[in-house]
Design a protein around this ligand. Structure first.
Ligand code: NZQ
Ligand code: ZN
Length: 405
């Protein structure tokens, strides 16, 4: 690995003894149906005698024909529907679906939408079977998910990876909190790139950037000689850099191959594969959740603001990986180490700007006076030791936010 070669002692401190791939167990049970006209496959995926609740968002699926495709596929099933799941799904909205589940003895959930609908459905699946005091405890107090209703996903927005992972994020007031349980991993997911044609530029940008940052948070830590994970991660980053901007260009935006590559990248970015056996750093996401919780900023746009600042503040800890990232993702091979790192960070910011997302708090009208509350919220939510070394304390998060001004 040549670890710490040529670097200062701070570098040594962070890298010595940390260069071995971590043990891991990898198991992903979600069956993927990828490609055009795959929605029909849900007919065979959901048991014929199941009582199905289809959950969706604000109605995009009605105008782009996805609702009709799902209805056709479910024509032999008994099914009901629950609509109105918002972006950053709200706890209160999701809780309303429980009445329907009880009244109709629902035993299978089908999420049709983006990450918010998938996440919301995962929460409902767990909440419907939760024995503790109130389902909010699953998010706020780590309440254990012993059981959950089975669920499938028809994905309409490539971004979160929720369709093939066990994570969910739910919002209540200004609190936006994640939970994770293997019980809520979708049994199957349908990924038809054609259904993404109705997405706005804003949602396309958000999706590409969210997926990019997911890869970064499992890659840009310190080297553990995980060559497969690193090269998969670099391949995904390069694909997103190559393909993402094409979806904002009027001449190439409707190309289904490009959409397919972005869609599969987003799923692969957060389905557990590239994160197996490597250290991870979810600081950007956790700080980002506070920006969404307190100020309603789109998830991906919080990440594009926070990530460059994390790279700058954690430059020493991430030095070896930043150099690898500079060389393998951005082909930066000349100049001294510091200048390579600076240029890699600048390339990242330029990519985000090219994807039309903000890279500074000032671009979303936030300033110094907003930072105290954000740091308080992080503290209140127990985000006291973020990062791959657990060294991002609330005070370091403050520096990160100040750097993002
Ligand atoms: O509600 P509808 O009408 O469907 O409209 C949605 C929504 O307004 C629209 N949309 C979705 N598919 C469309 C479409 N519009 C036209 N055509 C289509 N095909 O897009 C808007 C945003 O949808 P949303 O589901 O909120 O977006 P996204 O997929 O980016 O999900 C964001 C949520 O996922 C969480 C985020 O925190 C946020 O709450 N995340 C979940 C993760 C996970 N489960 O692993 C990881 C992520 O880091 C993230 O935290
Ligand atoms: Zn994300």
């Amino acid at each position: 690995m040549g670890r710490a070669k040529g670097h200062g002692s701070a570098q040594l401190l962070f890298l010595v003894g940390e260069s071995i791939m971590l043990n891991f167990t990898f198991h992903n049970t979600t069956r993927i149906h990828f490609g055009s006209d795959q929605i029909a496959k849900i007919k065979a995926e959901i048991p014929a005698d199941a009582k199905v609740l289809m959950l969706y968002g604000g109605g995009s699926i009605k105008s782009n024909g996805v609702y009709q495709q799902v209805a056709d596929a479910l024509s032999d099933h008994t099914w009901f529907e629950f609509s109105g799941i918002e972006p950053n799904p709200s706890y209160d909205t999701l809780m309303k679906s429980l009445e329907l589940i009880k009244a109709h003895d629902i035993d299978y959930l089908l999420a049709v939408g983006g990450g918010s609908v998938a996440d919301g459905t995962k929460f409902v699946a767990a909440a419907a079977c939760y024995q503790g005091e109130e389902p909010w405890d699953i998010l706020a107090k780590g309440g254990k998910v012993e059981k959950a209703l089975p669920l499938g996903v028809v994905l309409t927005l490539p971004a979160t990876g929720s369709e093939m992972n066990a994570n969910s994020v739910v919002t209540r007031g200004k609190d936006k909190l994640p939970f994770n349980s293997p019980k809520v991993r979708p049994a199957f997911a349908v990924l038809d790139p054609k259904v993404t044609l109705s997405l706005s530029d804003r949602q396309i940008s958000n999706g590409v950037v969210d997926a990019f940052v997911h890869v970064i948070e499992q890659y840009l830590t310190y080297p553990v000689n995980a060559k497969v994970q690193d090269r998969f991660a670099e391949g995904l980053l390069q694909t997103l850099v190559e393909e993402g901007p094409k979806l904002l260009n009027s001449e190439t935006k409707n190309d289904l191959d490009t959409r397919a590559n972005v869609m599969w990248s987003a799923t692969m970015a957060l389905n557990g594969l590239i994160g197996s056996g490597v250290p991870q750093d979810w600081a950007t996401h956790m700080i980002g959740h506070e920006l969404t919780g307190s100020h309603g900023i789109d998830h991906a746009r919080t990440l594009s603001i926070v990530l460059p600042a994390v790279m700058k503040i954690q430059k020493t800890q991430k030095r070896a990986k930043l150099l690898q990232y500079a060389e393998r993702v951005w082909q930066i091979t000349d100049g001294d180490d510091d200048s390579r790192i600076e240029r890699a960070i600048a390339h990242t910011e330029n990519f985000f700007s090219q994807m039309q997302v903000p890279v500074r708090l000032s671009e979303v009208n936030l300033g110094e006076s907003d930072i105290d509350t954000l740091v308080e919220k992080l503290t209140q939510h127990g985000m006291l030791k973020l990062g791959e070394h657990g060294d991002i304390t609330p005070e370091v998060s403050r520096k990160i936010l100040q750097t993002a001004l």
